[in-house]
Design a protein around this ligand. Structure first.
Ligand code: NAD
Length: 381
């Protein structure tokens, strides 16, 4: 691939370009070369799978957080309770891409030893695309479930309400399938993740018309009520707007959103989103409660005709996909399939980004004193 290609309000950034630039940015922000590479690999991996909300658009915000001490580079997790099949883990506000990986590896190791495991991670920096963690477990033949909340982030209104009371609280599960790609279910429990509102605000893909509620209770797809006024030269802050995102799935989706606060916020000890009126808003972090089941331990031994669990899963997936599509020429997809299709396409095209989002990333790199930015991103800038 060559350099960055600009096409009107959009740019296409080759994967090797964003990896090189991003690694330099996070090193300049204080991370070790290994951590910097991990962070940018995971962020760009989210873009490659179509989740631009949790991708490189977050670079300026992550750098700001490192500078403000909200996320701390190069942290090693502290295991507060270490039992054979569960652990309580303090992420010590490290970058989620790094402390998340450490916590997930503890869960995987325990499940490998005891068949099942649970981990409660508190005080983690932003964990990004949660599907990463389910994929990591699935690569070890482990089924996993992850419930996540966002302490300190009040951006989602409850069902039937206008005021902000919670966050986008994702839910994720991964099912490994022997010899095939894993099945990965991974979504925010708001209509859209906050980053999707940010993408729309920056000129990217528009939001569904029911994504937000305005200050007066009007349902809207306009992202501006989430951010309010964004003074020139500042980065949009979802804490500043008069409106809120809406929980998905009406009362049932809101129930899931609330459950994430109970499991990932209260049960892990990380703390719930918080309450308005606290003199200081709670420090931002993700909490994550994860369950791991080692398929080698529980799902029966493979026979000549294959692995019974994988066979059952694949047969059912094929049955589901055989349903007639509602749209002519449409396709029924199973969880994780869309991301895989997008990955295949974007590995070829590069990461499509709104030009404004790309300009913010380049400005962040320059602001950190990286003086060979032009060489890193290619002449076509
Ligand atoms: P989304 O609305 O795109 O939903 C994604 C899920 O739906 C995936 O499992 C996908 O395979 C499935 N899917 C998509 N299209 C489908 C179709 N046509 N048929 C069947 N299934 C389909 O995702 P989202 O809610 O915008 O979340 C985006 C990302 O944001 C996720 O990776 C999530 O983990 C992340 N997130 C992270 C945080 C955090 O604090 N770390 C907070 C919120 C969200």
């Amino acid at each position: 691939m060559t350099g960055v290609r600009r096409d009107g309000d959009q740019v296409f950034v080759p994967v090797d370009v964003i990896l090189a630039l991003g690694a330099r940015v996070f090193e300049a922000a204080g991370s070790s070369p290994t951590e910097a590479r991990t962070i940018i690999t995971r962020l760009s991996g989210a873009n490659l799978r179509g989740h631009d909300s949790h991708g490189v658009i977050r670079i300026p915000r992550y750098v700001q957080w490192a500078q403000d001490g909200i996320q701390v580079p190069n942290q090693t997790v502290k295991v507060l309770q270490d039992q054979p099949s569960f652990a309580v883990i303090d992420g010590r506000f490290g970058f989620g891409q790094s402390v998340g990986e450490q916590a997930v590896d503890i869960g995987i190791a325990k499940a490998k030893q005891h068949g099942v495991a649970m981990t409660a991670l508190r005080n983690s920096g932003h964990l990004g695309r949660i599907g990463d963690w389910a994929e990591r477990a699935a690569a070890e033949n482990i089924v996993s479930v992850h419930m996540v909340n966002v302490r300190g982030s009040l951006i989602v209104a409850p069902f039937g309400g206008i005021d902000r009371r919670g966050s986008t609280n994702p839910f994720c599960a991964g099912i490994p399938v022997a010899g095939q790609e894993p099945i990965i279910l991974d979504f925010a429990t708001s209509v859209v993740a906050e980053g999707k509102a940010l993408v729309a605000l920056k000129g990217g893909k528009p939001l569904p018309p029911d994504a937000l509620v305005d200050a007066d209770g009007t349902v809207t797809g306009d992202p501006r009520p989430l951010y309010g006024e964004v003074p020139p030269g500042t980065y949009p802050d979802p804490n500043n707007g008069p409106g809120a995102l809406r929980a998905f799935g009406e009362h049932k989706g809101f129930g899931m959103n609330f459950l994430m606060e109970m499991m990932a916020g209260a049960l892990t000890g990380s703390g719930t989103a918080g309450e308005l009126g606290e003199t200081q808003r709670r420090r931002f972090c993700n909490g994550m409660l994860s369950f791991y089941v080692d398929l080698d331990a529980v799902s029966g031994t493979p026979t000549e005709s294959g692995h019974p669990f994988a066979t059952e899963v694949m047969n059912y997936a094929a049955f589901v996909k055989s349903a007639r599509p509602t749209e002519p020429g449409g396709k029924v997809l199973i969880p994780g399939e869309k991301e895989r299709m997008t990955l295949a396409e974007r590995m070829k095209t590069g990461l499509p980004l709104a030009a404004e989002a790309w300009d913010d990333i380049v400005a962040t790199a320059r602001g950190l004193g990286i003086n060979d930015v032009d060489a890193l991103i290619g002449a076509a800038r």
